[in-house]
Design a protein around this ligand. Structure first.
Ligand code: AIR
Length: 211
């Protein structure tokens, strides 16, 4: 199949970056790919929190230029990669991921043929891939991997949890991330405890009025 020039340029760029052999601290730790920009709200968050919200809350910055890393130690990058419209880009992204310094990939796709997460996991192996079914009807497609071809997957739309899972993996090597995850969890506990106390002390009608 012929390739458009912008597609070829993107593939060439990934391959050139992989050949740079850069310091891991200056490359994105997490790569986020999605089948379409119509997946953006689910994948990154819009009202309902997504991967972007989880990662920025944990101190990650979005790296938009491979050659110009952000000041923060931990970062992620984001691309649209369609398994069916641009299979060559999917293959190149997954194949170069490890050499580009990524530690883990989050891959999300919607529809019934949500093949980006599972195909990326197959090609990027042994790099771990966390799959996000963007819709309920995408769940079987994302999680249905054969024996010996692993993928980590979250429930439909739970890109926020996919990001937390990635940080959990990274935290095995980075005590600072472990500390941030524990703080994040403690904040969640505070939220539940405070809500519980308010509901109990205000009673149901008073609590409803103040919501
Ligand atoms: N998709 C895109 N390429 C391959 C697949 N499976 C998915 C996207 C999106 C849905 O198809 O992940 O959820 C619809 O994409 P679009 O671009 O038509 O809005």
């Amino acid at each position: 199949m012929t390739r458009s020039q912008p597609l070829q340029d993107l593939i060439d760029q990934l391959e050139a970056e992989a050949a740079q052999d850069r310091e891991p601290a200056s490359t994105p730790d997490i790569g986020i790919i999605m089948g379409s920009d119509s997946d953006l709200d689910v994948m990154m968050g819009n009202g309902r929190p997504g991967a972007y919200d989880a990662l920025t809350a944990l101190g990650f910055a979005e790296q938009t230029d491979f050659d110009d890393p952000p000041d923060t130690r931990f970062s992620f990058e984001t691309f649209v990669v369609s398994a069916h419209r641009t299979p060559e880009l999917m293959e190149a992204y997954a194949r170069t991921a490890e050499d580009r310094g990524l530690e883990v990939i989050i891959a999300g796709a919607g529809g019934k043929s949500a093949d980006l997460p599972n195909m990326t996991a197959s090609i990027a192996y042994p790099l771990p891939v966390v799959g996000v079914p963007v819709q309920e009807k995408s769940v079987d497609s994302v999680i249905g991997m054969p024996l010996g071809a692993p993928i980590i997957a979250v429930d439909a739309g739970k890109s926020y949890n996919a990001a937390l899972s990635c940080v959990q993996l990274l935290a095995r090597q980075h005590e600072e991330l472990r500390r941030r995850l524990i703080n994040h969890h403690t904040e969640r506990q505070d939220d539940v405890a405070q809500t519980s106390r308010r509901l109990h002390e205000q009673g149901t009608p008073g609590f409803k009025d103040q919501r």
